[in-house]
Design a protein. Sequence first.
Length: 265
Amino acid sequence: MRSLLLSGAAAAALTGAVALAVTLGGDGEPATAPVAATPVAATPQVAEQLARPSEDEGLPFDGWADGYPSHAVTALTPTLAVHATPDGQQTHELSRFRASGAPLTLLLLDVADDWLQVNLPVQPNGSTGWVRRDQVEVAAVRYRVDVSLSQHELRLYDLDTLVETYPVGVGTAAAPTPGGLFSITELLEPTNSDGSYGPFAFGLNASSEVLTEYAGGEPWVGIHGTNEPESVGRDTSHGCLRLTNDDITELAGLLPLGTPVRVLT
């Protein structure tokens, strides 16, 4: 069962949407609620309009948009084979869809011919691997999120330009928010928007480095709202990042799956 210090899931597909039953736990009282996983993807076509490469500037492959700070890959095959090196030993086999029903979308780190290095949604934090180019779709990502733990601040960048800052609650000394480079793997919408997670919760491929399990599942970290707005801007969680409900709602309408999230001291 998946837990975002947060959630575990049994997926169920609905017409026109990806949906599931999720047990929320972690920073508040556990509650079972239907949750919609909502991917929001930037398209290569839009990216090209905003940053056209010159005719003699070769791009690595279709979907790559020169001038964009990041790219993400989404699995196209039922399972995605992950290798230690290009053409090397297989280390993981990941399902095309996550337990929440969200499509498997990974942050692109490097390119080597027909192979792409990606940031993996597995423990330990920072795990990477290589996937074949023909097994994924590539899209440009214009946004980046930086989180300063010491300043309790989440910073939103658009094409590497700082456009907004938000106060954020972070993990306590006993259960700190892990640092490093991560990415958004899913977007969940709890039925009870007044509950512990507010109206939206982003799942990250980050897990607690102190807790070994949470609410019966792996201790995955998320970014979510809260019904305790006074906790925002403080060391208050089991590792998740808390925003006000207004702020998480704003970001839920902006950030695609695969958006990089850097957690800094």
